[in-house]
Ligand binder design. Sequence first.
Ligand code: NAP
Ligand code: SF4
Length: 662
Amino acid sequence: MTMFPNLLAPIRVNGQDLPNRVMMGSMHTGLEAHPDGPKRLAAFYGARAKAGAALIITGGWSPNIEGRISKEPVCFQGPELVPGHRIVTDAVHEEGGRILLQLVHGGRYAFHEIPVAPSPIKSPISRTIPVEMTDAIIRQTIDQFESAAALSVEAGYDGVEIMGSEGYLISQFLSAGTNKRDDEWGGPLENRARFVLEILIRARAALGADKILMYRLSALELVDGGLNADEIIWLARETEKIGVDILDTGIGWHEVQVPTIAAAAPRAAFTGHVRRIKEAVSIPVIATNRINTPDIAEAVLARGDADMVSLARPFLADAEFVAKAKAGTPEKVNVCIACNQACLDHYFSHQVSSCLVNPRACFETEIEINPVTNARRIAVVGSGPGGMSVAATLAERGHQVTLFEASNRIGGQFNLARMIPGKEEFNETLRYFKNRLEEFSVDIKYSTRAGVADLVGFDDVVIATGIIPRSKIIPGDDYSSVASYVDILSGKREAGKKVIVVGAGGIGFDVAIYLSYGGDKSHLDPDAFAAHWGVGQEPVRSFSDRDITMLQRSPGSMGKRLGKTTGWVHRAELAHAGVRQLSGVTYKNIDDAGLHIEIDGEGKILSADTIIICAGQESENSLFHQLQEKGITAHLIGGAKEAGELDAERAFDQGVRLGASL
Ligand code: NAP
Ligand code: SF4
């Protein structure tokens, strides 16, 4: 008896039998237009197909040059593209999988010089006012969707997904807020829907009867002028009538100020909206957004919210999500923690996407984990992100690994991060590595601060001793009112009612959020989350009554270096919580009166019960230097190597790459 009877049940879509209910959803990888794209995408998707993903959707390809989302030429036009795509589709088919091409036109979300849209209205996240499409351009665009669908058959795809959610061109036609036309493409909903329905009719014809035609529609728009629940149902039924085989869903437009995929959104927070669509049509409907474990996916299907689930980022985090569910070992899944740091933030800064907790994602051809023929004894010192990933990788390959950890648990700084509201998923990464270290018999020496003598006799040594928080930065910072962020987040010290946070980097923000929430856990409940962010209602927010002031020496607004796609959530939360922010501050000293600062040339004293120092870190690499002095060579990784931008993504990446190479 399987643990996941709903998740692993087969489903028939347009005559094709899919072995389970798990789809790998579309994800822009940054490999689409990369010179090595076909080879790397073949390895990336092939691995997911091999491990049981029932259906894979590619990253979005535009049917024409205007519709490409970035400057990259990710356009599915012209037969010269077919051989490259064939490499990808063949790889997936060889592994027994199926793959659909996603066709997306960015419309006003196209981040290049020539965006087009139904009406010349700039989006809040764009720089350019789009050019209004003429009737001829609209018809040509529909023709181009049709041609791209026909070309997808030549390229070996099992069908296409037409992207009609998240605010791209099709959404822009459908919404009265972005479509102000008075011709046959604008006005009443029937006219605004003409564009997408025509595309779907033509795509159906171009694909032929056997291929899968999937349409992705918004289950919830969250923008002014967006479709309401009844209009969404009407659209879903119309698409079924014209031959769509299966409906995928999306939540919110990219411009909305509600977390829809960031960790601040609870797991499966939106599937109730998908259920309304499922109940209105007879074709299968797919649920998305923050479904990241086999248990949560099973629960969504078991309660009848959807017929399938779509996971995009979770397949970056773990190619073997389905295989592990099938094996009845969900505890082995490397769960996506919804940080966006190495996937979406990379994509939007023109880098190849990967995954913070799985740096092999999209780098399968570069980082290979092969068994070793000459197993050696290797010591790893420190079990933060760098240490635990290098130890697990070395041990998986067959080395005999001893891991020294000064505290009584693995995880290093991740143990602090997991305390932050919205970062609860970090617990999953700790669970994953604990299991992996156990599975591959890593000998963990807890509560052991390794010295040189402990490391003599090993064949190789890796130093991953992490960081120490920067201190001694303000005269008087040894006052009893002063605490380090480590003291506060580890629970060693409790902050008072009036708090000053010195430093406004990622950790300064984290600490301010932690204190604003004051231990409240209601953000984990989908209803409380909806009320907090005003989803379908006026926002109802409550924060702790702490008086919090954040300070930084740099001028300008705070939080500019936070994650590209998640920083806004943290900035918005602190604004909602009424946290004061003072930039351009010079710290003078701390005494009984409080923190003396200078701002705008004026001296001020800020009184506080607690002053929390979040002023960055310095590398803890003393052991490495002691080894060097004794002539013992060692590898240095993570924060111990470079604390300047203490960064879990870099630490995991260095850990896995070193682990793969020794
Ligand atoms: P950080 O981002 O480098 O910020 C350090 C802060 O301390 C800055 O505000 C800096 O601002 C201030 N500072 C630096 N030296 C100082 C000194 N000598 N005296 C007084 N203030 C000083 O470091 P962090 O906040 O510790 O975060 C570490 C890393 O963790 C980040 O780089 C990030 O990769 C990661 N992280 C990210 C997030 C997120 O994105 N949500 C959350 C947590 C952690 P001024 O120089 O302007 O005063
Ligand atoms: Fe998930 Fe973060 Fe990995 Fe992206 S980088 S797939 S959000 S864990």
